[in-house]
Design a protein around this ligand. Structure first.
Ligand code: FAD
Length: 371
């Protein structure tokens, strides 16, 4: 069979699309495939009733990397969205991240000095714990009882699916307290949501490039590989090697979606439910990412979920067992001359969007410098 493409790119997510765009710009011919019925991978947004719904979990673009920020802005315009989640604990609302608004809501304190004094007073009870043995002890030492019980305990237990006393202490190294009235969750210089949704960003990246959706690489491996000089693989590294050493584990999420006949359900894009009794961790109201004024609203309740073969793989598990397994697969990957592994599934790494773009651009520069 005739070699028609320089690159076969497996996965139309952010890594694959940035790679495809840049390689095409450099005169290479690319074929992008994805097993899903749509492009954009996990940042896919679907327009429902005029609302751009984040189908694989809420995505907020934030970065301090000016190069990456300028890069994405050449494809789409970003709005001024600032992530400022609210916590609901047993019906009372608190601003996040922990800042002067939160301290006022918790204790009525009005100045940074009063807030600091209150936190010190809350922590003193746990000063005897010099080596916290679990997340509960660690959080109490760092923030005291009120913050722990109202804002940390239930949420973390739901996320991990076990009591805080059974979660390792190192998960919380410090609690980022902010002694200003600033509800901006991120500390990055740039932040926003692509106007028109993330799918539009990926559509622009893939403009003029051949894309085949509903095409699983493993089902057509031999014929697809004959079409291209090299493969950029952004799927699961363990799957690529037939899980021969075992499966890499992930934490998953389960989403429950609802279209409501009301223009505004909760007045904010993200509301976290921090008590244990509510089974979901948060509710996303998608229209607020883009200041939507539609007549209806679309909400998603997010439930942490154990990973199984029927669930999407979301968060890699950063423990010794999985890292050892990963190293075994990486050794095999290094021997594959014609395949380049990149992105969150092939590298088994949690990447934010700006990081995966940076990784794709770096990989590309590395390849083109060599050639
Ligand atoms: P993916 O988007 O997963 O793309 C890989 C693609 O490969 C998929 O489309 C898949 O279908 C395809 N594929 C896999 N195997 C095959 C195969 N055999 N054949 C064909 N195709 C295949 N980042 C932020 O910056 N801000 C956020 O707020 C944020 N929120 C997040 C929330 C959640 C719940 C999660 C899980 C992640 C979040 N991220 C966020 C991270 C962001 O989703 C990733 O950085 C980004 O999606 C990674 O892109 P990727 O191309 O590496 O992977």
């Amino acid at each position: 069979m005739e070699i028609k493409y320089d690159y076969l790119i497996v996965g139309a997510g952010l890594f694959g699309s940035v790679f495809a765009h840049e390689a095409t710009k450099r005169g290479k011919k690319c074929l992008v495939i994805d097993k899903r019925k749509h492009i954009a991978g996990n940042i896919y947004t679907e327009n429902i009733e005029g609302i751009n719904v984040h189908k694989y979990g809420a995505h907020i673009f934030h970065t301090s990397n000016k190069e990456v920020w300028d890069y994405v802005n050449t494809f789409v315009e970003f709005n001024r969205f600032t992530n400022s989640p609210v916590a609901n604990y047993k019906g009372k609302l608190y601003n996040l991240p922990f800042n002067m608004n939160t301290f006022y809501q918790l204790w009525g304190v009005k100045t940074p000095q009063e807030a600091q004094a209150k936190i010190d007073e809350q922590r003193v009870e746990y000063a005897h714990i010099t080596e916290p043995q679990n997340l509960e002890e660690q959080a109490l030492v760092l923030g005291g009882r009120d913050i722990y019980e109202k804002l940390i305990k239930g949420y973390t237990e739901k996320q991990w699916g076990r009591p805080a006393t059974e979660i390792p202490a190192f998960i919380i190294r410090r609690l980022p307290f902010r002694f200003t009235f600033d509800n901006n969750y991120f500390n990055d210089t740039y932040q926003g949501i692509p106007i028109g949704g993330y799918t539009k960003l990926v559509e622009k990246l893939l403009e003029g490039i051949e894309v085949r959706t509903r095409t699983n690489y493993f089902e057509h491996k031999s014929e697809l590989e004959q079409l291209a000089e090299k493969v950029i693989f952004t799927g699961k590294i363990d799957e690529y090697f037939g899980y021969q050493f075992g499966k890499l584990e992930y934490r998953s999420l389960h989403f429950e979606n609802e279209l409501l006949e009301t223009p505004n359900f909760q007045g904010n894009a993200v509301v976290n439910y921090t008590n244990r009794e509510v089974p979901y961790t948060r509710i996303i109201e998608h229209k607020h990412f883009e200041f939507g004024t539609q007549e209806k609203t679309y909400i998603t309740r997010e439930y942490p979920h154990e990973f199984s073969k029927d669930n999407e793989s979301y968060y890699p598990i950063n423990d010794d067992k999985n890292q050892t397994l990963l190293k075994q697969y990486q050794q095999l990957a290094n021997k594959q001359q014609h395949v380049i592994f990149g992105g969150r599934l092939a590298e088994y790494k949690y990447y934010d969007m700006h990081q995966v773009i940076d990784a794709a651009l770096s990989k590309l520069n590395e390849i083109f410098k060599k050639s």
